[in-house]
Design a protein around this ligand. Structure first.
Ligand code: ADE
Length: 236
């Protein structure tokens, strides 16, 4: 998966993807993160990329031309490096987008290459959204100071679905949301911790009973913690 991130804060993105599983995925070439600093396409030598809103009001609005030029720069590089004619999806991180879910992450992970656009200040000039954005994604119903943390969340959720990014030991088959419900509880040594014993069945070595127990636990914790998820699954 290739990510092109249009941002005013490339260091934030680079820092976040240089650690742990994402760092390893980048080193092994399973993902690649190309940050484009929108300020490199500023409208003047002062590095201006924002201006006051037409019609008045507080705050500044990110101008359309620097974002458009940064986007064109990405497209030119993509076309130079491949013979693909179609443009990759451009996802604008915004609280007005559809809220990111595991299903949406799976959908995005099907693309080979995506462009992420991070806004700042009061938002983007509406015309750039109309011109280049193909999808708008929010990471939840709250407002961040910029799109960068949201882009990092999206890249994390999507990258771990890219084949080869997770090792066998980190497999996502059993985890929360992979079949629409929460994951069962996990235990490791010691067998007793502050008088809390590991459930007997997990020490039994009986795989059939262990599987049945885990399945029941997963359903029960979903019923208690996230009953809304059960409503979304037919037959539960
Ligand atoms: N930018 C600001 N708030 C955001 C949110 N909740 N999700 C995605 N991008 C954002």
């Amino acid at each position: 998966m290739i990510y092109h991130v249009l941002t005013l804060f490339p260091e934030m993105i680079q820092q976040a993807v240089s650690h742990s599983i994402l760092g390893r995925a980048a080193n092994s070439g399973h993902i690649s993160v190309n940050c484009i600093n929108i300020r490199d396409f500023a409208v003047n030598k002062h590095g201006q990329v924002d201006d006051s809103p037409y019609g008045g009001g507080a705050g500044m609005v990110m101008m359309a031309p620097p974002v458009y030029d940064a986007y064109q720069h990405v497209l030119c590089n993509i076309q130079k490096n491949s013979d693909a004619l179609s443009k990759p999806p451009l996802i604008y991180l915004s609280p007005q987008g559809r809220v990111l879910t595991q299903k949406i992450a799976e959908e995005i992970a099907l693309s080979q290459e995506i462009i992420l656009l991070c806004g700042h200040y009061e938002g983007l000039d509406e015309r750039i959204i109309e011109e280049i954005v193909t999808d708008e994604i929010s990471i939840g119903d709250y407002v961040l100071t910029g799109g960068e943390p949201a882009a990092i969340v999206l890249m994390d959720a999507v990258s771990r679905l890219v084949p080869g990014v997770l090792g066998k030991a980190e497999s996502f088959k059993d985890e929360s949301f992979s079949d629409g419900i929460l994951e069962y509880p996990h235990y490791t040594r010691p067998p007793v911790f502050r008088e809390r014993a590991v459930p007997e069945v997990l020490l039994s070595g009986h795989h059939g009973n262990i599987d049945a127990w885990r399945k029941a636990q997963a359903v029960e914790r979903t019923r208690v913690k996230r009953p809304d998820l059960l409503g979304e699954i037919k037959g539960m």
